[in-house]
Design a protein around this ligand. Structure first.
Ligand code: NAI
Length: 343
């Protein structure tokens, strides 16, 4: 019997169950040895257990230290706090790795090969927000506090430098807004520059750029970037922008990595507008599953999954609607499974 790897599986909300099912079929076909423990969270957790992050789900990840997760719904404006953010906090998943590769040529840009490393625990996502009531208007003033720490910045920046060097990258661009948020994002810039001088100079090139200019340059000429490292909110926004450069959210995977656990997911959300219709593109979650295979050092299987996706999209020309094709989620999955099995 080959050795199995225990892993938590959270199908998630909206299109989650459809794309997770598609991903499981491909992982089975490639012989991925995960022994899944199915758990719930998000809206599914609220509906089934009255809790967006049930204890059983947390206990499972504590045991397996490895999870594949469909998107989880979070109400906007009010309601429960994001289960995604809480999972990151609970397991100290401080680094969010979001690679973006062009898979389908002939789009907006060919040959994009970028990685965004986003700080995942600090900044404006810590949830210190409140309203102040004035003259009977309970929402007269809204306030948010952001926190970035030296230790948190250093941990993430070190991860980014090490990852970039280990994967043969040439340049890191540190993105900030220290001209305006001088303390909040200044500490990230200052820590990055110090770390570079002490530990990484000569091993890789470091550039720094303000976030607004970075957004403009990414759209005009993305080839000038290689690895981008940035704080939580900027990383969230820029990674969606970069997903747009390579064909949209259906193509963008993400890995949340910490010292004690790692959770793999698509960058996109639960897409309630297309949920249950068989329209969702499972590629982002499939690519996240490939990152998970890399994480457990099954690089050959990860490569086979990526190649099968590439061949399905570009040789078989089987694509879901977001990419201009006609295939349903399950038809696309079936085609990738055939490619994996043939390869
Ligand atoms: P979204 O990413 O779910 O959808 C944005 C647009 O992209 C929609 O038009 C959707 O149909 C399309 N889209 C997304 N994924 C797709 C796929 N795989 N194939 C084809 N089209 C796809 O963003 P939205 O609508 O802002 O958020 C919906 C919910 O998802 C919210 O509750 C939000 O909080 C949650 N969310 C969860 C995330 C996670 O679990 N990591 C990340 C982002 C949002």
């Amino acid at each position: 019997m080959p050795q199995t790897i225990p892993a938590t599986l959270i199908p998630g909300d909206g299109i989650g169950p459809e794309i997770v099912e598609a991903t499981l079929q491909v992982l089975d076909a490639v012989g991925a040895p995960f022994e899944w423990d199915r758990q719930i969270a998000g809206l599914g957790g609220v509906e089934a257990a009255g809790n967006p992050l049930p204890k059983a789900t947390l206990d499972s990840i504590r045991r397996t230290r490895l999870a594949l997760k469909g998107p989880l719904e979070t109400p906007s404006g009010s309601g429960y706090r994001s289960s995604n953010v809480r999972l990151r906090e609970e397991f100290k998943l401080y680094a969010n790795l979001r690679p973006a590769h062009t898979i389908i040529p002939g789009g907006r840009y060919d040959n994009i090969d970028l990685v965004i490393v986003r700080e995942n625990l600090e900044g404006l996502y810590i949830g210190h927000e409140h309203y102040i009531e004035i003259d009977g208007d309970p929402h007269a003033v809204a306030m948010a506090t952001g926190i970035n720490t030296r230790a948190g910045s250093r941990r993430l920046l070190e991860f980014a430098f090490e990852h970039a060097i280990a994967t043969g990258r040439k340049k890191i661009t540190l993105v900030h807004k220290a001209n305006i948020m001088k303390a909040l994002t200044g500490i990230f810039l200052e820590t990055g520059l110090e770390l570079y001088e002490k530990k990484y100079k000569g091993r890789i090139v470091l550039e720094t750029i303000i976030v607004d200019a970075c957004a403009m340059k990414l759209v005009l000429n993305p080839y000038q970037f290689d690895v981008i490292v940035t704080t939580n909110l900027f990383g969230d926004i820029l990674s969606d922008l970069v997903a747009g450069l390579v064909g949209g959210l259906g193509m963008a995977p993400g890995a949340n990595i910490g010292a004690d656990a790692a959770i793999f997911e698509a960058v996109h959300g639960s897409a309630p507008d297309i949920a249950g219709k068989g329209l969702a593109n499972p590629t982002a979650l499939l690519l996240a599953a490939a990152l998970m295979l890399d994480h457990v050092k099954l690089h050959d299987k990860a490569t086979r999954v990526r190649k099968a996706i590439d061949d399905t999209l570009n040789i078989d020309n089987i694509r879901t609607g977001d990419l201009g094709g006609k295939a349903s989620t399950s038809e696309f999955a079936k085609a990738v499974v055939s490619r994996v099995s043939a390869g």
